[in-house]
Design a protein around this ligand. Structure first.
Ligand code: HC0
Ligand code: SF4
Length: 573
């Protein structure tokens, strides 16, 4: 421990602390912009400058280490002036079309300008106009709004270990871009959207699909169906000021009905269907000497990562489509027949916490009826924008239920939304199928938690299933390397591209860096997911009445020829 003084306040802090950490512990507020705890601590924006007695120049608190006897001043005339000049310089070279920016109201730069009382910009930058990169189906990059904080670069490189974006050129010409300034669509980007989550401003955002959804809703010839992913219901409320981890399932359904969707369904139902198909696939691969480990295939960011970086594992992927794609395929076949609707006139919208799902929906492999299984994907944020645009008072809405005849979902389906959930849901079913016994305690806690890689051995009758879970692509890479080297052997692996799983997807509400520093967003959203599981009367996928009826009336049995045709696919090298 060392003794330091901040603004006259004497405190003791660990000797490996930075001045910023010490100040925040002492309750002293220092503004930050490029700082993102644990991810981007590079002192680039110089918004956190402070005076350190004895040091000639001002120091960036986020990188300056504490030392015994240090005296720090965070709020002098000199400090305030320097911060303001730095901020004005950043603003002088920033596209300030704030009124029409998707991040207006949730922009860290805008907030800082307000907090630092910036009322004019005394400098006029050269303002080089750069082209927008909107060729990716998932992520739009606007270099004119970029403030070069490098948070996106570090998330992509260190958390996802993809590293497709970097700082190109030098000095005033510096731009965050890809190698040779190609589009994100033309490099090995996984479309995970974690860079959007890290961006403090509007330089990175999702490709907007609200217009095509409004258009479909207005088209009298279209039967427009919407489904909502497990993770959306525990985060959508944040867009309307509700606390992180608030469950808004019933309000969300009401809002979707008010927006004019003909049917509102739950992707959780299809998650249960996925468990039937994927659980059967696992049992078959184990019994018949098939390719192991079986690896989950529901996270499209992970699939794209596998295609680019680990093609040798493509045959390990489950052939199951992801749940929302399965649902789309069922809607345009079974449901369309049942309702007497031509699938050509059906428009399926998925509301997802994910940007990669926009890319997935466009994949040619995923069109069982001859039409795309899913026509449009909205992120959680885009749905919130549509609700606001329609003038709906979301917070005060009453609850509604998902529509029949596909309205049943189980707790197993909802836990898909957090890391470890697919594994737990699968094990709940596989255990009962293989042993013929009832699983008394459905909560398989060995696979829960937020450790990057988790392992479990589950007794199922006469055999043990060796399982592993990884979330975040750096962890996925680590796990796959171990499997490749023969260091580890498993029957079943769950991989989710985003750290925390879908609850922390690239399409979820964006939480300010300062809040992320104080609260564990993933933990709060995950516990809401587990609460929802506990609140449901059925918690095992194979007990879902809608799924049972689907097999009786249409699919025959899990992994049947028909199920293979409609619900499965194959990702090729
Ligand atoms: Fe997920 Fe899904 S759980 S990928 O994480 O499997 O995006 O929430 O909708 O499809 O169900 C995302 C979340 C889904 C799918 C489901 C799966
Ligand atoms: Fe990197 Fe993911 Fe952003 Fe692509 S979407 S640039 S992989 S963080």
């Amino acid at each position: 421990m060392v003794n330091i003084t901040i603004d006259g306040k004497k405190i003791q802090v660990p000797k490996d602390y930075t001045v910023l950490q010490a100040a925040r512990e002492a309750g002293v507020e220092i503004p930050t912009l490029c700082y993102l705890k644990g991810i981007n601590e590079i002192g680039a924006c110089r918004m956190c400058v402070v005076e350190v007695k004895g040091a000639r120049s001002l120091q960036a608190a986020c990188v300056y280490p504490v030392s015994e006897g240090m005296e720090v001043i965070t709020n002098s005339e000199r400090v305030r002036r320097a911060r303001k000049v730095n901020l004005e310089l950043i603003l002088s070279n920033h596209d300030r079309s704030c009124l029409t920016c998707v991040r207006s109201g949730n922009c860290e730069l805008q907030k800082l300008a307000e907090d630092l009382n910036v009322k004019q910009i005394r400098y006029e930058g050269e303002n080089i106009r750069r082209p927008l990169d909107d060729f990716s189906p998932s992520v739009v990059r606007d270099p004119n709004k970029c403030i070069l904080c490098k948070r996106c670069i570090n998330v992509c490189r260190n958390v996802q270990e993809v590293g497709v974006i970097n700082a190109n050129y030098r000095g005033f010409k510096t731009v965050v871009s890809t190698a040779f300034d190609r589009s994100l669509n033309d490099v090995a980007c996984t479309m995970c959207g974690q860079c959007i989550q890290a961006c403090p401003v509007g330089a990175l955002r999702e490709k907007d699909s609200t217009d095509i959804v409004w258009k479909a809703l207005a088209d009298k010839n279209k039967y427009v169906v919407v489904q909502t992913a497990p993770a959306v219901r525990v985060a959508l409320g944040e867009e309307f000021g509700l606390p992180i981890g608030t469950r808004v399932t019933g309000k969300m359904v009401t809002a979707l009905k008010m927006l004019g969707f003909d049917k509102v369904f739950d992707t959780d139902t299809a998650a249960d269907l996925t468990i039937m198909e994927e659980g059967t696939e696992l049992i078959n691969r184990i019994k018949n000497g098939g390719k192991l480990p079986l690896i989950t295939s529901c996270s499209p960011g992970w699939i794209k990562f596998c295609e680019h970086y680990f093609p040798e594992f493509l045959d390990n992927l489950s052939t199951c489509k992801s749940p929302h794609e399965m649902f789309g395929a069922i809607l345009k076949t079974y449901f369309a027949q049942k309702m007497g609707i031509d699938p050509a006139n059906m428009f399926v919208v998925s509301v997802m916490p994910c940007t990669a799902k926009k890319f997935e929906a466009q994949r040619e492999e995923l069109a069982a009826s001859g039409y795309p299984d899913v026509d449009a994907v909205l992120t959680t944020r885009e749905l919130a924008r549509m609700i606001k645009e329609a003038g709906i008072d979301f917070v005060n809405l009453p609850d509604s239920h998902f529509d029949e005849p596909m309205g049943d979902a189980t707790g197993a389906g909802v836990i898909f939304g957090t890391t470890g959930g697919v594994m737990e849901a699968a094990l709940r079913t596989v255990y009962e199928v293989l042993t013929g016994k009832t699983l008394e305690n459905v909560e398989i806690t060995q696979v829960r938690g937020l450790e990057g890689i988790r392992e479990a051995e589950i007794d199922v009758g006469s055999m043990k299933i060796k399982a592993a879970v990884a979330h975040g692509l750096a962890n996925a890479k680590k796990l796959l390397e171990m499997v490749k080297n023969g260091e580890k052997e498993y029957h079943f692996i769950e991989i989710m591209a985003c750290p925390g799983g879908c609850i922390m997807g690239g399409g979820q509400p964006i939480v300010h860096a300062k809040i992320k520093e104080k609260v564990d967003v993933a933990k709060l959203r995950a516990s809401a997911i587990y609460d929802e599981d506990r609140s449901l009367p059925i918690r095992k996928s194979h007990e879902n009445p809608t799924v049972k009826r689907l097999y009786e009336e249409f699919l025959d049995h899990p992994n049947s020829e028909k199920a293979h045709h409609i619900l499965h696919t194959h990702y090729k090298k």
